[in-house]
Design a protein around this ligand. Structure first.
Ligand SMILES: [Zn+2]
Length: 246
């Protein structure tokens, strides 16, 4: 798409940070949410969407959460990565964007990775940016936590997004069926209770240990619904004698 004249003033540093001419732009913006289990390729898709948008001459802002590296990035398991801004629960996303506009930067769209960690209020802020400022928002996140419940950000996105899509790249359970649910494994056993800690969706596959719980290593494994319900983690890597049935 080509940029209409209504967008061009936002490239100038003198423009006021409020939405201004965007409000009169006829093309409606959209809030789109892509979701799936861990390892389904959400971050890869996020970077692909960013690439496609920027190739059209649009300017985006990349946001993420729960990145403890100190230099936040959106990174995918196929080796792509881009620097991103780190959000926390107190960040007002509207102010974040308006600060950019005040500094003379264009923001035509947002890429929001780890969107499951957004608060309900932040999802509402994103919707306001879409409706009032014509910023397109592409959010990417996990569907459910290890207890099979929707994450708060995910739930609000289901409620408010213009378009909700399950990511089509399929991650398989050990049995070969489509993976649907994220199991938390502590000390080799599947657990169904506990705090919703940060899920290290970005942890490299070679290092599945993402946290510690009472001194025991925590990892996550994607299972089909049946094997989640049965608590069966499969023959590898612990061996068939160590299946945890709880
Ligand atoms: Zn299975």
């Amino acid at each position: 798409m080509t940029l209409s004249p209504a967008f061009s003033p936002l490239g100038q540093p003198v423009v006021v940070p409020a939405a201004g001419d965007r409000r009169r732009h006829p093309a409606p913006a959209h809030l789109v949410f892509f979701h799936g289990p861990m390892d389904c390729g959400k971050s890869t898709l996020a970077l692909q969407v960013d690439h496609n948008q920027s190739r059209q001459g649009r300017h985006g802002l990349l946001l993420t959460q729960g990145d403890r590296s100190g230099s936040p990035q959106i990174s995918s398991r196929v080796g792509l990565r881009r620097d991103a801004l780190e959000l926390d629960g107190d960040t007002d996303v509207r102010l974040l964007v308006r600060d950019r506009w005040a500094a003379g930067q264009r923001v035509d769209y947002l890429i929001v990775d780890e969107a499951q960690f957004l608060t309900g209020a932040q999802v509402e802020q994103l919707a306001e940016l879409v409706d009032e400022s014509h910023v397109d928002v592409y959010a990417f996140g996990l569907t459910t936590d290890f207890r099979t419940r929707l994450f708060p950000g995910t739930q609000r996105l289901f409620e408010l997004a213009d378009d909700v899509q399950r990511v089509q790249v399929e991650v398989l359970c050990w049995c070969g069926l489509r993976g649907l649910l994220n199991a938390r494994v502590v000390g080799g056993e599947m657990v169904r209770e506990g705090a919703t800690v940060v899920v290290a969706d970005t942890a490299p596959p070679a290092d599945p240990v993402t946290a510690e719980d009472g001194g025991e290593a925590v990892r996550y494994q994607v299972l089909c619904r049946r094997h989640y319900t049965r608590g069966q983690l499969g023959p590898a890597p612990t061996g068939p004698g160590q299946l945890a049935l709880r």
